[in-house]
Every structure is written in structure tokens, then in C-alpha cells.
Ligand binder design. Structure first.
Ligand code: NAD
Length: 276
């Protein structure tokens, strides 16, 4: 088991679910862990259970994430691991969705990651030794289901940004590693995402109870995902896909994408068709 003894880690959305599983796995490796979450009660609960530094943070708010970075540096002087993990996943069809529904989900899932990168990247790149960023995406990006448009749209943005970030850091010869965490079903409180809706907002969204919808899916415990994340940091894996049983669906979708490529021979045929 690799030790993270001098590492300082920040986990957003760390008071529940996958974030908490990552926090527990990091603590087991002796990292110092900052837990950032907008849910004050959940933060209080995790702070009484685990030896963490809680910082109430709303990732949709740039100033709040800037404060998180300042609090982290004030307390620990440096930061090595950033897990941009906070997210919400309610469902609703595009035709029913209000603009504020779109905005909320994209604010949390996409802008939350952008804020994290903006305020932490300069400090992570300053470490000459070891640093790592884990951005939480979702299997739904690789196998997009109906009813999750803002979720899939926001998470697709996170995947793209993560892939670009990895290339840019590699081009710069940076020691900062990057992983896209792509979870399948995990037993968390995501089924109750509407608890995170800002108070004044009304919404056409519904909570999306994954476990009722798909009783045969292999739901992982968050702690197991936490272990997978530790491995991916050690290996500096570009992608961590938590489940194998979506492989056929991912393959089918990517085959369909590849089938859409217009090849030179197709162009000749369609030009000839156009002439006749
Ligand atoms: P969860 O609801 O248990 O945890 C999410 C945490 O994010 C909560 O503690 C919540 O308070 C926090 N949060 C929500 N809005 C926030 C905000 N504005 N600012 C700060 N914190 C905020 O759900 P989870 O399943 O553990 O979700 C973690 C991540 O995993 C999310 O990005 C989610 O999209 C992703 N994910 C989950 C699954 C799954 O099956 N559970 C699958 C794929 C991806």
C-alpha cells in the first residue's frame, strides 16, 4: 500500500457518497484531507467521524472555491491532490426543463470543476514532486440515456476538459497527473440530488432512483471506488472506469460513431450520385 503521508488532498462533495469513499481511502494512506461540501450538516457529521479539515464550499460560486483554496493553503501550506467530485444527477426530459434547471446542473457539475481547476491548478503545478487531479465524470457520458440531458451534457464537458488538461500538462512536462473518474452505479445519495437544489429554486426535475430502475446493476460501495481512485493516482491512469459490465454498450456506441465517418470512397460515390 503506497503511503500518501505528506500529501494534502482536497475532495469536493466529500461529505457523502463517492467523495466520502475517496476521503476514507486517502485517510487510510495517511493523507491530510480537506473536505469541501455545501451541506453543512453532512460536513459536521463527517468531521465528527473522521480526522478531516472541513470547509463549507459551494462549487457553483467562484468566490467560495477561491476561499477553499485559501483555507487549504493557510492550514497546510501546500496542496497535492484535487478531487473535483461534487455533482448532482436528477432527471427530466429536455422538453420539460426550465432554463434554471439546466443552469443549476451545469453550474454544479461543470462550473464546479472549472472553478476547482482555476483556483487550484497554479498551486498544484508549483509542486515539483507529486500532484494529481481527479475529475468525476459518469458512465452516462459513454452510454447516454434519455432523461439526463443536462447531466450528460455537463459531464461530457468535464470529460473533454480532463482529456485536454492531461495533454496540456504533459506538453508542459508537468508532474501533475490527471485522471477522469468514470463511475458506473455506486450506492450513494445521488438518488436524492434535489436536496442540493438552492432554496429559492422551483424545478421540473425529479430525483432519479437508479437502484429501483436497474435492480440488476452491480452497485459498488463508495469505499471500493475510493480504493480504485488511489490506484489510479498511483498509476497516473488517464481513465478510471469503475465497472466492466458496460463494455458492450460503450463498444456499440463507439462503433456507431466510427460508422459515421465519411471515407474517401463514400465521397466519390455520393459525388457521382449527385451528378446523375
Ligand atoms: P452524493 O449525493 O452522495 O454526493 C454528492 C455530494 O456533492 C454531496 O455531499 C453534496 O452535498 C455535494 N454537493 C452538491 N452540490 C454541491 C455544491 N454546489 N457545492 C459543493 N458540494 C455540493 O452523490 P455521489 O453519487 O457520491 O456523487 C459524487 C459524484 O459522482 C458526482 O459528480 C456524480 O455525478 C458522480 N457519479 C455518481 C454515480 C453514482 O452511481 N452514484 C455514477 C456516476 C457518477
Amino acid at each position: 500500500m503506497q503511503n500518501f503521508q505528506n500529501a494534502v488532498a482536497v475532495v469536493t462533495g466529500g461529505a457523502s457518497g463517492i467523495g466520502k469513499g475517496i476521503v476514507q481511502a486517502l485517510l487510510e494512506r495517511d493523507a491530510q484531507v480537506v473536505v469541501a461540501d455545501r451541506d453543512a450538516q453532512a460536513l459536521e457529521a463527517i468531521a465528527s467521524e473522521l480526522d478531516i479539515f472541513p470547509v463549507e464550499t459551494d462549487v457553483t460560486d467562484a468566490a467560495s472555491v477561491e476561499n477553499l483554496a485559501q483555507q487549504t493553503l493557510k492550514r497546510f501550506g501546500e496542496v497535492h491532490i484535487l478531487c473535483n467530485n461534487a455533482g448532482v444527477g436528477p432527471r427530466g426530459d429536455i422538453s420539460d426543463m426550465s432554463l434554471s434547471d439546466w443552469r443549476w446542473i451545469i453550474d454544479v457539475n461543470l462550473w464546479g470543476v472549472i472553478h476547482g481547476l482555476h483556483y487550484f491548478l497554479p498551486h498544484l503545478t508549483r509542486n515539483n514532486g507529486f500532484a494529481h487531479i481527479v475529475n468525476t465524470v459518469s458512465m452516462s457520458v459513454l452510454t447516454p440515456p434519455a432523461g439526463l440531458a443536462p447531466y450528460v451534457g455537463s459531464k461530457a464537458g468535464v470529460l473533454g476538459i480532463t482529456e485536454v488538461l492531461r495533454q496540456e500538462l504533459e506538453n508542459d512536462g508537468s508532474s501533475v497527473g490527471v485522471t477522469a473518474l468514470i463511475p458506473g452505479p455506486v450506492t450513494t445519495n445521488i438518488n436524492n440530488s434535489l436536496r442540493n437544489l438552492p432554496e429559492h429554486t422551483s424545478s421540473a426535475l425529479q430525483d432519479f432512483n437508479l437502484s429501483q430502475k436497474r435492480p440488476t446493476w452491480n452497485f459498488l460501495p463508495p469505499r471500493q471506488v475510493g480504493e480504485q481512485v488511489i490506484e489510479s493516482i498511483i498509476e497516473n491512469s488517464p481513465y478510471l472506469i469503475t465497472h466492466s459490465f458496460f463494455e458492450d454498450q460503450i463498444q456499440k456506441r463507439h462503433d456507431e460513431i466510427l460508422a459515421g465517418i465519411v471515407r474517401p470512397s463514400d465521397e466519390v460515390v455520393s459525388l457521382e450520385r449527385g451528378r446523375s
